[in-house]
Design a protein around this ligand. Structure first.
Ligand code: ATR
Length: 272
């Protein structure tokens, strides 16, 4: 029987995961099926276990189920544990394993595809929600000089910093960012999903090489528009992250790493 995989989320109709994994399977000559399941708010856990019973080998998890996926697993990676969220499950040896590849996918897009190494850099991350939780450990492992977190709810950011216990991590208010300079600014808030701009002063872009918007498919968001106005050399949305996290999951499941560049090129929509 062909190995089966699926993404599950709610809503799921806009997901690119079946397309991405289908292309990966084609180029790596792996025989597998990859589908999409509309998650049920009352029966998510039963759906996941049912998929496994039906011969499923793994799943990708998207909003709003990442926390529930993490909780239902039998074994969890360190990254998933800090994130308290899982975006990929593997069913093996009768167990459910939870991973979180969002942060490593983001890091790989920044360092490998966009060619901005984090080592020794001053990094600003906006937000302190699930996306930031997923990114923190991979970012710190890349060796930035300083990683500043700004969030409207500062207590939430402080609590996250206290969990990480790393002296390079600093929490500042949006107002206190005035006059500060960074090499890289990452918008990991969900503001762009509703067309809003986090209250970030334009100063933070003055010497930035890259402004990265985690949201994908939203075009030139208010955050990216502000960065463009400030003449930041490179602007990126989350398409690279989306494809790179998928490649990580594919490798975890199949033991083969697909090339990502052709898939990123295929999904990229010019920012305008
Ligand atoms: P995700 O999983 O996408 O990170 P989340 O866990 O709900 O989603 O977190 C959303 C993040 O976006 C939070 O950091 C939130 O800030 P607060 O904690 O201060 O609420 C941030 N956010 C959402 N809308 C925002 C806006 N308009 N401006 C600034 N930050 C915003």
């Amino acid at each position: 029987m062909t190995d089966r995989y699926s993404v599950i989320g709610r809503p799921i109709n806009h997901t690119k995961s079946p397309l991405i994994h289908g292309l990966f399977a084609e180029v790596t000559r792996q025989a597998l099926e990859y589908g999409a399941i509309e998650g049920d708010l009352d029966g998510f856990e039963a759906q996941v276990l049912g998929f496994r019973e039906g011969g499923g080998k793994g799943m990708n998890i998207t909003a709003p189920f990442k926390l529930r996926a993490f909780e239902l697993a039998d074994a969890r990676s360190e990254r998933a544990t800090l994130a308290k969220a899982s975006n990929a499950l593997k069913f093996e040896h009768g167990k459910v394993y939870a991973e979180n590849f969002d942060g490593i996918g983001l890091l790989r897009d920044i360092e490998h595809n966009l060619q901005v190494p984090l080592a020794g850099r001053n990094v600003l991350v906006l937000g302190a929600g699930g996306a930031v939780r997923g990114a923190l450990l991979p970012f710190l492992a890349a060796g930035p000089a300083r990683l500043v977190i700004a969030n409207r709810d500062q207590a939430k950011a402080q609590a996250l910093a206290a969990e990480v216990k790393d002296e390079r991590v600093q929490v500042v208010s949006y107002e206190a960012l005035a006059g500060q300079r960074f090499d890289l600014v990452v918008n990991a808030t969900s503001a762009s999903l509703t067309g809003e701009l986090p209250p970030v002063p334009v100063d933070v872009f003055a010497t930035a090489q890259l402004a990265y918007e985690l949201a994908y498919g939203k075009g030139l968001t208010p955050f990216l528009a502000l960065a463009r106005e400030a003449a930041v050399a490179r602007l990126a949305d989350g398409v690279g992250m989306l494809v790179e996290q998928a490649a990580e999951a594919f490798e975890w499941w199949r033991g083969v790493r697909p090339e990502t560049r052709p898939v990123i090129d295929r999904l990229t929509v010019p920012l305008q």
